[in-house]
Write a protein that binds this ligand. Sequence first.
Ligand code: ADP
Ligand code: MG
Length: 400
Amino acid sequence: MPKFKTLDDLPANLTGEIALVRVDLNLPMKDGSATDVTRVEAVKPTILELAGRGAKVLLLAHFGRPGGQRSSTLSTSMVIGDVGRVIGEEIMFIPEIAGPVVEQSIGILRSGDIGLLDNTRFWPGEEANDPDLAKAIAAHGTLYVNDAFSAAHRAHATTEGLAHLLPAYAGRSMEAELKALDAALGTPEQPVAAVVGGAKVSTKLAVLENLVGKVQHLIIGGGMANTFLAARGVNVGRSLCEHDLAPTVTAIMDEAERAGCTVHLPYDVVVAREFAANPASLRVCNVHEVAEDEMILDVGPTAVEALADVLKTCRTLVWNGPMGAFETEPFDAATVALARTAAALTLEGSLISVAGGGDTVAALAHAGAAEDFTYISTAGGAFLEWMEGRILPGVAALEA
Ligand code: ADP
Ligand code: MG
């Protein structure tokens, strides 16, 4: 487990402390209010704990892509109502991130009060990780807490720079994410299975290259499986397939064999001539029987059963990417079945299951399996970079 400090390393009483807390409040919006407040719920425990222990809490967050300029529609004041409602506390809006306005606002805040600074990305120095901006922000606080794993793949002033200037701690959500990810790929209980699906191999090459050296079973599904099958000489008809990646995929399979990693490709598939819900041309066939005018849209039922048996022999599962075109029925069947198997094994206590990725989270929720997974990461880009085995600058700075 990587070493980083948590809120447990702080004194119980934080009266007199000013905590600069990096959070992810980049909420999806419609008509001026948030359509999903999961990100606020994720950082709520950290905020309430710091405030409850007596610190003045100053929240730092980015919102959208203002590109280093102020924009009234991208001010964090747009989300302050939703944030306050979810946190259950009044939050003071501070329309700057450093300077006299921040200083005056801190003077008004009492012990245990919460303030929200404006969009960090209004200042070009944020994304440039400008040391002068980081210093100006750090001057307002006595400690720094990063609770935004989803922004940790960016080396920005408030995700990385600040951690070197103040005593730095992982917030509760960051702590939980790092522990779960470490349990899945850092120091996992073996054997480990990885499910990698989704649309394209090209977006996940680095993930595959990292995983073959770390897991005992690599389960390939989704459009990616078509590219693997084609590289092995299988005719995939009109399926989504990156034929030009055949040499790359062959190299990955060779590397897997050297590393003792079994690559599981489907041997039966669900095909159709048109991509629509419940099409008349729907059928299940062996991968060697796909017709020239057919598309592979899901992994077949026999393969899913065999994959469920693989999961039963494993202690750890890491999952990114749906097994089929799950948004359209019945091409959700393999994803749903495998997700439910993983959820049941997790409930029984025989499997540690960690999943992430935008469409994966939606697919597991659709399967009714998300609740029972050990951990679901909503971090998107940061989760994928972690699956690639990359060091995330926001995390590395906490360990320094
Ligand atoms: P994530 O967002 O979880 O990382 P991706 O974005 O890589 O996942 O892939 C998800 C997409 O892959 C879904 O929209 C799904 O419909 C698509 N997909 C999965 N299998 C197939 C397939 N056989 N043919 C076409 N698209 C597929
Ligand atoms: Mg996606």
